[in-house]
Ligand binder design. Structure first.
Ligand code: FRU
Length: 539
């Protein structure tokens, strides 16, 4: 016991030192206030994330057309600049050199005669297959859904068609193709969200598209004329909601030379904890047919659905084109909200943020393949002021540290618990307003959980905190490791090396100022815990 108190006194001591070196910056009403205190009292200060992308103003949903080129990551997004609820869709745009500091750009695509600009993708057309290249400039081609609101109103079926646009200045400005749409609706009300990639084997483009309750595969030589190949999904996977925003890519299996194809399909509603979520399938692809892997199929029979993220706030996520990590993993970002309540969350100038960028890889477990997601390594570049301890004995509810030592609005925690015993392990972030966000692992139920029911403002929607979100644990070893990424209004949990991921948003009435951890037994200990201050500029 003494030992424990001593260790944490040391930890808090070190951090108090660091914090007290920071001089308060402003005087307001005769009182000295730190920058953080001043910001926290406004809606912006309380809720605008420090390092998750938000548009400066207006509504945002799905990430679109993400690609990497010439040192820049490009993020386009479903955007309604004239209001903070969903409306006529544009593609907003932001660029970054490090995946965390995003600079918003002028709007990339405006609605036109064919309708709103719905979700889609963008590719770097290195070989100028489209013929849009000019003066030696490589064209970037965006493929998106034109959604016709007039036809929608009159109840017509062919509301959604696929269109393209190209950019000759590396994604900054766009010209719509004169012969849009390039892929006409064959008679499906939901026919949208094209994701295109280059098939190196067949030297042609592949498109996956959500069409009703299935994913359709198309091919093209020039991105302008498209031919249908196959469909996937009838009677397979979760069909409790509409299928949207597919993605399709090959991933290496960690620790082997094997590669497998992964199909992501977002579904709304029908998520594991209600509302929107993204399921995935693992299999093989011969250039035309996506065939489920046999072991994956068998496991699907037992578990029904494989989810990219079990939290309620990671939807419509897709991967960046024209970039992989050194092992062939893909970079992924999702929309950090849920259609259940996205239009009602209590932010004023803007609505919704993106998740942080994550790497996607595959592992082969005992029975089949699993998608694993982890923060991109670029996050480490921003981690500093490390608070580190090992062999921490835990008795009852233990205060790990407070905001005197660490600003919990931009923090990363890595931890490991060994020798798990029966009961509930709970981390708790709390503040002076009595708000508390609880998350952890219930070993008896075999579930991870996030409880945001008392984490601040929840009454904007009765769907926001009607339950505790849970995720079945996949890992089987008797220790538990995790990486926790915390911003002002979000938590991203990557447990067991990214095998189980949960992303959830919350709206506390004041910034969290204390972090507790409670273990079920006196003998429990934290094998290690590291708390990093993420050095992002304060918003
Ligand atoms: C998914 C989605 C897409 C559509 C877009 C419209 O969140 O419904 O299917 O293209 O949002 O904003």
């Amino acid at each position: 016991m003494k030992n424990k108190i001593y260790r944490f006194a040391v930890i808090i001591g070190i951090f108090s030192l660091v914090v007290s070196c920071k001089n308060p910056k402003e005087k307001i009403n005769g009182q000295v206030q730190s920058e953080q205190d001043t910001l926290a009292i406004t809606n912006e200060g309380l809720y605008r994330p420090n390092f998750h992308f938000t548009s400066a103003t207006g509504w945002m949903n799905d990430p679109n057309g993400m690609f990497f080129y010439n040192g820049y990551y490009h993020l386009y997004f479903q955007h309604y600049p004239d209001g903070t609820t969903w409306g006529p869709m544009h593609w907003g745009h932001a660029i970054s050199t490090d995946l965390f500091n995003w600079k918003e750009q002028p709007i990339a695509l405006y609605p036109d005669d064919l309708g709103y600009i719905f979700s889609g993708s963008a590719v770097v057309d290195h070989e100028n297959t489209s013929g849009f290249g000019a003066d030696g400039k490589t064209p970037i081609v965006a493929i998106f859904t034109s959604h016709d609101p007039k036809k929608e109103k009159t109840g017509e079926i062919d509301v959604e068609n696929q269109s393209i646009a190209y950019s000759l200045d590396e994604g900054l400005t766009w010209t719509k193709y004169k012969d849009n749409p390039v892929l006409k609706n064959p008679g499906a009300r939901d026919f949208r969200d094209p994701k295109v990639s280059w098939d190196e084997q067949k030297k042609r483009w592949t498109m996956v598209l959500a069409a009703g309750q299935e994913i359709q595969f198309y091919t093209s030589k020039d991105l302008k004329s498209w031919e249908k190949l196959t469909s996937f999904g009838e009677g397979i996977g979760n069909h409790d909601g509409v299928w949207e925003c597919p993605d399709f890519f090959q991933l290496p299996v960690i620790g082997s030379s094997e590669k497998k194809w992964v199909l992501l399909v977002s579904i709304n509603p029908g998520g594991p904890n209600t509302g929107s979520a993204t399921q995935y399938f693992v299999g093989d692809f011969d250039g035309s047919n996506f065939i489920l892997d046999e072991s994956f199929k068998q496991e699907m029979g037992k578990e029904h659905t494989f989810w990219v993220d079990y939290g309620r706030d990671n939807y419509a996520g897709v991967t960046f084109s024209n970039i992989e990590n050194k092992d062939g993993g893909k970079l992924f970002m999702g929309w950090m909200s849920n259609w259940l309540y996205a239009n009602e969350v209590p932010t004023e100038k803007w609505r919704s943020a993106m998740t942080i960028a994550r790497t996607l890889e595959l592992t082969k477990g005992e029975n089949t393949f699993r998608l694993v997601a982890n923060p991109v390594p670029e996050l480490n570049e921003f981690a500093s002021e490390k608070l580190k301890n090992s062999d921490v004995l835990l008795e009852g509810n233990t205060l790990l540290t407070t905001s005197k030592a660490i600003d919990f609005t931009r923090a990363q925690i890595n931890f490991k618990v060994e020798d798990l015993v029966d009961g509930v392990y709970t981390f708790e972030l709390s503040n002076s307003e009595g708000d508390s966000l609880r998350f952890g692992y219930d070993t008896r139920k075999g579930n991870y959980f996030v409880d945001r029911n008392k984490a601040g403002i929840t009454d904007f929607s009765n769907k926001f905190s009607d339950r505790i979100a849970v995720a079945p644990r996949i890992a089987s070893q008797n220790d538990w490791t995790g990486t926790i990424v915390i911003d002002k209004t979000s938590i991203e949990l990557f447990f067991d090396d990214g095998q189980t991921v949960m992303t959830e948003i919350f709206f506390p009435k004041a910034p969290f100022d204390s972090l507790y951890f409670e273990a079920p037994s006196e003998e429990s200990k934290l094998e290690y815990i590291e708390i990093h201050q993420l050095k992002f500029n304060l918003n």
